[in-house]
Write a new protein. Structure first.
Length: 276
């Protein structure tokens, strides 16, 4: 029971970190996919030509979604933002119809967008293409730095988790070291001695992982009551990955630690057991 509780708590912490990493990844994709690329179109395009251009833009593999903004919509938005109607002073609508594109995360970088912008500007139906180059560069730079930090923390956290579970397993096997030695003395093979311990380790890993997954699942639902927007970065796929990671870590760590600790005591002589 003590081993199960200790292993469960460590797996909960490990699962929380995996969840945090996936949230950070999805959040970075969410930010990049919400950076707008504005495609200004020629004023002399007919409605049929605009529909054709819309279909062409939508078929581009880099475009996640798009929205058409007519000259009238642009004027209305600016009037609401400034509080005055610019057309009343200059006598005409100064704004241009456009498409607001949201790019897929893999294409939301300056290298990819530079090629896409050149391709769009070569189209006679397009007047200009605008996007916040400095903001996009800053977002990608920060994401790269965050990814590096998370990678280092992940390696450190995995090592700490392994050591904590390893100590728990070693203490359990330490209390059985004389029984192990007795089985050796009566001629039991190392494989025969390992078998019940490995089965117990397998059971410990499964039960601890299930308990840890249950705690993480209820914790997620509790958090969702206070922050419903978390659903934008935590979906079913994320929950399945976290649950599967906890199960895999639980099984691997408990089995490896049990096998390693058993091998240590199997190699010891009877006299050495008294000096451990």
């Amino acid at each position: 029971m003590t081993s199960c509780i200790s292993t469960t708590l460590v797996l909960v912490l490990l699962g929380m970190f995996v969840l945090f990493m996936l949230i950070a990844h999805n959040l970075s994709n969410y930010v990049r996919e919400n950076i707008n690329v504005t495609v200004l179109i020629s004023d002399d395009l007919s409605q049929d030509s605009i529909k054709v251009l819309r279909a062409d833009l939508k078929d581009m593999p880099c475009v996640k979604s798009l929205q058409y903004i007519s000259k009238e919509d642009a004027l209305r938005e600016q009037t609401e933002a400034m509080g005055t109607d610019p057309s009343e002073f200059i006598g005409y609508n100064p704004f241009t119809a456009s498409f607001e594109l949201k790019m897929k995360a893999d294409y939301a970088n300056n290298d990819s967008l530079s090629r896409i912008v050149r391709r769009l500007k070569a189209d006679s139906r397009v007047m200009d293409v605008l996007y916040q180059k400095e903001l996009l560069q800053a977002v990608n730079d920060n994401i790269r730095k965050l990814s590096l930090v998370l990678l280092v923390i992940a390696a450190l956290f995995t090592y700490i988790s392994f050591q904590l579970i390893n100590n728990t397993v070693r203490l359990t096997i330490f209390s059985r070291r004389f029984s192990i030695n007795t089985m050796k003395l009566v001629g039991a093979s190392w494989g025969f001695i390992r078998r019940p311990f490995l089965k117990r380790a397998l059971l410990l890993g499964v039960v601890s992982a299930i308990a840890a997954d249950a705690l993480l699942y209820f914790g997620y639902h509790w958090l969702r009551k206070f922050e419903p927007e978390i659903n934008t970065v935590v979906n079913l796929e994320v929950l399945l990955i976290v649950g599967g990671s906890v199960l895999v870590f639980g099984l691997l760590i408990t089995l490896l630690c049990t096998y390693g600790s058993l091998s240590r005591y199997l190699r010891m002589t009877s006299n050495e057991l008294y000096h451990v």
